[in-house]
Design a protein around this ligand. Structure first.
Ligand SMILES: [Ca+2]
Length: 456
């Protein structure tokens, strides 16, 4: 795709690498654009569609969320588990009347268990992840929202050190700017998961945290709704995150992450500051790699100083110089050596503390850049080929292990350990060591493993 010169200048002007001792320059001057999931490891983030949620819709949703028919036995187990949860909440100082009124209405949702158990059939590529999330429509809506909430966003940038385009990017990715934050009553979802055997301790704590939010008067039990995994509101905070970081941005005395935009954006800013956001840094950027780049240096484990990358010939995406600063940076090539390359800074790691997925963090950073006026990626994403099944990734992991490369757990998830093992295999076999999962790489690993098996 052709890059507009104005995009290039805009991207440079508004997004300096590093602004010592000050906040980044005012990020967005867009005023004329009309305006509007879940990576493997995080919680929350139901898939977004442009559905306006009102209390009427929520009420209608109750009809199809009617209590499932339970076997009497599992119903009794749930009731006794629920009683124990209530006891625990009272023990932790939550008022008995709040506990009683919530528990009285709490139901077990079989659907939540099914969603928690469901396993993906195919492994997700970066293109699969990125393309439906960083869309032109979402960019345009982000720009319109920036213009609409400009004063608020500039105030939050001054108070918390997080530029507004990032707050909008989180909002856009989490709930499509509040268009959809899930219809499941949070206390039902959390009680269901707390009384299941998979992660009872984690969800019991979140259930008690949800009761604490209700007891504090921030939201009524009936209206506390969100994803099947208990993530709530515009920013899909878990209740424990809400308790620690939600703030009252509009000064009405309540922290309302469902209907108050100032509360939602201020809470996101407070959370990001709390988990280490550095006001003077960007998230990272798309870059151009030099001819003959050694792809085995890519990956977050290959972090080195920006100055070192500059010496290796890394430039910005348009061939322009990057400053030779002594700040930690890593190169990521999530679509392989033919796709875009990204340089990531410390704020990238902060984004991953919000949601532990590299794809998510790149999407947040890129959507923020686009909202702030930046252009599209300079390189195509790899969209070719049939989807790769989780079974095949397990086979790859087992083969790599057989060949002596530590690919992590044989779980069918193509994570950093598997990527690193594949990159090492490629380097040892005269292939471009980008650790990219494609048919060619899988075939090469399979053949090597088969040869080794025959030799033994
Ligand atoms: Ca408020």
């Amino acid at each position: 795709m052709k890059i507009q010169n104005s995009d290039r200048q805009e991207a440079r002007r508004i997004m300096p690498e590093y602004v010592p001792g000050s906040l980044q320059s005012e990020p967005c001057r867009v005023s004329d654009s009309p305006g509007s999931l879940f990576p493997g490891q995080g919680f929350g983030n139901a898939c977004c569609r442009g559905v306006a949620v009102s209390r009427v819709v929520v009420a209608a949703a109750l009809l199809w969320l009617a209590p499932p028919v339970l076997a009497q036995e599992s119903g009794a187990v749930f009731e006794s588990c629920l009683a124990a949860l209530g006891e625990r909440a009272r023990h932790q100082g939550i008022s008995a009347s709040v506990v009683a009124s919530v528990l009285d209405e709490t139901i077990r949702l079989e659907r939540v268990i099914n969603l928690d158990r469901s396993q993906p059939e195919f492994t997700r590529t970066f293109a699969d992840y990125y393309i439906p999330r960083v869309t032109e429509q979402r960019v345009a809506q982000g720009r319109a929202l920036y213009a609409e909430h400009r004063d608020l966003l500039l105030r939050l940038q001054r108070e918390y050190g997080v530029p507004g385009q990032y707050l909008l990017a989180f909002w856009g990715l989490e709930t499509n700017y509040g268009a959809y934050f899930g219809k499941i009553r949070t206390t039902d979802a959390l009680a269901t998961l707390a009384c299941d055997q998979r992660r009872p301790a984690f969800f019991s704590d979140e259930f008690v945290a949800a009761l604490r939010i209700i007891a504090a008067g921030d939201i009524e039990h009936e209206y506390m709704r969100g994803s099947w995994a208990g993530a709530i509101g515009n920013m899909q905070f878990l209740p424990s995150v809400f308790l620690q970081y939600a703030v009252d941005g509009d000064g009405d005395g309540r922290r309302d992450l469902w209907t108050s935009i100032p509360d939602s954006l201020a809470s996101a800013a407070n959370f990001l500051r709390g988990i280490g956001w550095r006001a003077e840094l960007r998230w990272g950027r798309e870059v151009r790699l030099p001819q003959g780049f050694d792809f085995s240096l890519s990956g977050r484990e290959g972090t080195r100083s920006l100055a070192q990358w500059v010496r290796l010939g890394i430039t910005d995406a348009f061939g322009g110089d990057l400053p030779a600063l002594d700040i930690p940076a890593a190169i990521l090539v999530p679509s392989g050596h033919l796709g875009p390359a990204f340089l990531t800074y410390e704020n990238f790691d902060v984004i991953m503390r919000w949601n532990r997925s590299e794809y998510y963090a790149i999407a947040v950073g890129r959507l923020a850049d686009r909202i702030a006026g930046g252009g599209v990626l300079t390189r195509q994403l790899d969209t070719g080929g049939e989807p790769i099944t989780v079974d095949k990734v397990q086979r790859l992991q087992a083969d790599l292990a057989l060949l002596g490369y530590d690919a992590g757990k044989v779980d069918g998830i193509f994570g950093p350990a598997t990527r690193r093992a594949l990159s090492r295999f490629q380097a040892a076999n005269d292939m471009i060591a980008d650790g990219h999962l494609d048919r060619k790489a899988m075939r090469a690993v399979r053949n090597s493993a088969a040869t080794l098996s025959l030799a033994e």
